[in-house]
Design a protein around this ligand. Structure first.
Ligand code: UDP
Ligand code: MN
Length: 277
């Protein structure tokens, strides 16, 4: 990345990062985020949830915990309800970039800014990485005998430029994303991809540095962590699927997020006495 010419400087305050979460994950997933990357991304981060939580509110910037009042369920309607509000709040924020992540994601803030600098936010950009190895195929909504096939970025991490988001307003703004989700019967991330492909006639720009737990996270080379944009953690069959990085023990850092954070910021006080990879 050092040789690239960056024409479009991007400040953290120009990026709208939305973290999708839900009440039952406030205690289990959010604390590790607040201790690690959110410290660096504070100015950009907005949490979208489905309950009131005064304790969490007190730990982040004012107005950054949004209770969507969407139902606290893992259903298409509930997830689209949340994404719809994320999109509307981004539009209202006037920021240049909308970046969405799940609450089991480590977002490498400097790498994100370096990525966004390479694109003009007034242009039409949809940046992310597919989780499927083929385009999603659905029945065409206007011609049901035909099919529509398109690539979408997994909701674990993607960005949309303001230029593209403004054009998407008639389809995704003001709660209309929810109707699209119902019309195509697809979840939030797929429906965003559908709108961009079908109505905007734009393609996903694949960014290899986004990593959800749907891929093998152990494949990421520790020496290369600084160039990747998102990391996650999860189960893959019987084994845990996490980034292989030295640092804290597996017991004290099961998600590896503390170790990733120390790998990226070795001079932090909490990183003083750990084994370096
Ligand atoms: N989520 C939600 N409501 C729910 C369950 C999950 O908003 O009832 C959010 C969760 O906080 C996360 C995303 O949806 O940001 C994906 O959830 P999870 O990682 O549990 O499932 P996955 O889809 O990755 O298997
Ligand atoms: Mn997940």
């Amino acid at each position: 990345h050092n040789n690239a010419v960056y024409k479009n400087e991007v400040k953290l305050s120009e990026v709208f990062v939305s973290v999708k979460t839900t009440g039952k994950f406030h205690a289990s997933r959010i604390p590790i985020l607040l201790e690690t990357w959110v410290v660096m991304g504070r100015d950009a981060v907005h949490f979208f949830t489905d309950v009131e939580d005064e304790e969490l509110k007190s730990k982040i910037l004012p107005g950054r915990l949004i209770n969507t009042n969407c139902s606290a369920r893992h259903t298409r309607a509930a997830l689209c309800c949340k994404m719809s509000l994320e999109f509307d709040m981004f539009l209202a924020s006037k920021r240049k970039w909308f970046c969405h992540v799940d609450d089991d994601t480590y977002l490498n803030i400097p790498a994100l800014l370096r990525l966004l600098k390479q694109y003009n936010s007034t242009g039409d950009w949809y940046l992310g990485k597919p989780s499927l190895n083929h385009p999603l195929e659905i029945k065409d909504i206007e011609y049901p005998k035909q099919k529509t096939a398109f690539w979408f970025a997994t909701g674990a991490g993607f960005c949309v430029s303001r230029g593209l988001a403004l054009k998407m307003m008639p389809y995704a703004g003001g709660g209309r994303l929810r109707s699209v989700c119902e019309k195509v019967r697809l979840p939030d991330d797929c429906s965003i991809g559908f709108i961009i492909y079908y109505y905007m006639k734009k393609e996903l720009t694949v960014v290899p540095g986004f990593h959800s737990h749907l891929e093998g996270l152990w494949l990421i080379k520790p020496r290369d962590l600084e160039n990747h944009i998102t990391f996650s953690y999860g189960q893959s069959g019987h084994a845990t699927n996490v980034v292989r990085v030295g640092g804290f023990s597996q017991g004290s850092d099961p998600t590896r997020f503390r170790s990733i954070h120390c790998h990226l910021y070795p001079n932090l006080p909490q990183c003083a006495n750990i084994e370096k990879d």
